[in-house]
Design a protein. Sequence first.
Length: 242
Amino acid sequence: MKTAMMDIRRRDERFHTRAGWLDSYHSFSFADHYDPKNTHHGLLLVSNDDVIQAGTGFRTHPHQDMEIITWVLSGEVEHKDSVGNTGVIYPGLAQRMSAGSGIWHSEMNPSKEKDVHLVQMWVLPDTERINPTYEQLDINSHLEKGGLVPIASGRGHDAAISIRQRGAVLWGGRLKPGEATQIPDAPYAHIFVARGAAQLEGAGLLNSGDAVRLAAAGSPRLTADAASGVELLIWQMDAGLQ
């Protein structure tokens, strides 16, 4: 049996990239930041908290064999790729790109005045070299009902976009002040506080930008801050990388 673990990672403890147009915090090793002891948790390889200045962004670049999920917190980001998909991603619009056998894409901030704030997450697919695909879905109406909502799922949840990874589900929630929920019970889970604050049973106060890595930790209770509420992104994962 796996030993239970709850590992709290504060915002200021994460790798930080500041490149003029980009201000990014990385939960795991990424780009020029590398720590062999911090490369992933469960099936999650990338969780980047990005602020992209107006009129700038990630110009055309390649990906392969990766499930890439983008969640916008404020502003908009425009996606274009080499197989003809385009889309403007805004808060509450779940977006997934399956890079598969290979794809080129860009992610630009189309606004000339406002920054865009987003979280981008990558998980490995369970099948390699698939044809690249793209999907997006507005789930604002589901989030407004409270509780946790499946944003991206390899298990066919009705309200979620699909990912090619049967062992993972990404849950999101915009919990109102004082609202409580249970973290999904899984061999691996990753909690990211996107905005606001919350109290997590066994961990205490979590603020915006903080993350918690769970392993065989059961289903601890999380309660949104009484003043601010909280926006959460939670990965539920059945396995880790081999």
